[in-house]
Design a protein around this ligand. Structure first.
Ligand code: RI2
Length: 301
């Protein structure tokens, strides 16, 4: 939890693999490969929901491909080390570039005088909003607090520091303020092949309010937040965290606590998913996943 945000988590994992690759001592290419795979699996086990973590690792592990049969089986440890470092570095640069490209596309939907709503702290969504502000548009933002960890506080600090007119609201005020909202921008931890979006708990309620009020609802998600596993039928695991995030259980004898930290917004509530390649309908998620599969399918974790 010290590293938050699906994109940041992916970049931090790639960076960790890169650092590991620099330090690992291995007698043979096979030993190096196994050590890197073990490290990647260790990193993957840290968070279950955001697929950006897995995809960031897979992008980085492409650096081991030079060892695959028929593709330079003679690669030595130093060649693999360089390959890993370069692949992880490429992913980090690609990820940062994707967030910037996405901001460029999404901000075009924001008109001068518009009011936006967001939830949690998404660097992709914040990027879209701040780009519109930097372009000289006069905008306002309602930011949901996002219980229980209150990451909305990070968002309001970031937006206020950028000079944006921002109002912090409690999550249950989303419907009230939706009446004064023109567009909603949220981030994503995982987008399924069917176009449904897994994001911080409360997102689907905001989507429902937006639908009812006819306010366009946009999801900001780089391509590495799309899940290949969901194409094969897998469900996204929703992380359930400890009750202490909500209240002290010892103060409530006999009470059970439920603390799922992500929820699923159905595709039918989403106007468009903003990716680095442009705005796509949620139904376009299938094509993004197919492209990702072509790119990453021969890399295993
Ligand atoms: P960016 C966060 O969850 C939020 O759900 C946010 O919308 C999403 O990641 C995407 O964040 P967590 O991973 O990549 O911090 O847009 O639990 O920053």
């Amino acid at each position: 939890m010290r590293i938050r945000g699906a994109g940041r988590i992916a970049r931090a994992a790639a960076e960790a693999l890169m650092e590991h690759a620099k330090l690992v001592e291995a007698e043979s290419p096979e030993e190096f490969r196994q050590t890197m795979l073990e490290a990647a699996r260790h990193l993957l086990a840290t968070r279950p929901t955001a697929v950006s973590l897995k995809n960031g690792l897979l992008h980085s592990l492409k650096g081991l491909k030079i060892q695959l049969p028929g593709d330079g089986a003679s690669a030595d440890v130093e060649a693999l080390r360089t390959g890993m470092i370069e692949a992880a570095d490429r992913f980090i640069a690609f990820s940062n570039g994707a967030v910037a490209a996405l901001a460029e596309h999404g901000s075009k939907r924001i008109k001068d005088g518009f009011t936006m709503m967001t939830i949690c702290n998404s660097s992709a969504a914040v990027g879209v909003i701040t780009k519109a502000h930097r372009d000289g548009k006069k905008i306002k933002v309602y930011a949901c607090e996002t219980r229980p960890k209150r990451q909305g506080l990070i968002t309001v600090r970031e937006l206020a520091a950028a000079g944006i007119d921002v109002t912090l609201i409690v999550d249950s005020a989303a419907r009230t303020y939706m009446k004064q909202t023109d567009l909603v921008f949220v981030g994503a931890d995982t987008v399924t092949a069917q176009g449904n979006v897994v994001n911080k708990i409360g997102t689907s309620q905001v989507a429902l309010c937006a639908q009812e009020a006819r306010v366009p609802f946009f999801v900001c998600a780089e391509s590495y937040k799309f899940s290949m596993d969901t194409l094969e039928g897998d469900l996204v695991e929703i992380e359930e965290r400890e009750p202490e995030e909500i209240a002290d259980p010892s103060d409530f004898p006999g009470v059970k606590f439920g603390n799922p930290v992500f929820d699923i917004t159905p595709a039918k509530y989403i106007n468009a998913i903003i990716t680095e390649s442009g705005l796509i309908p949620p139904q376009g998620a299938y094509d993004v996943v197919k492209t990702l599969k072509e790119e990453l399918d021969d890399t295993q974790l």
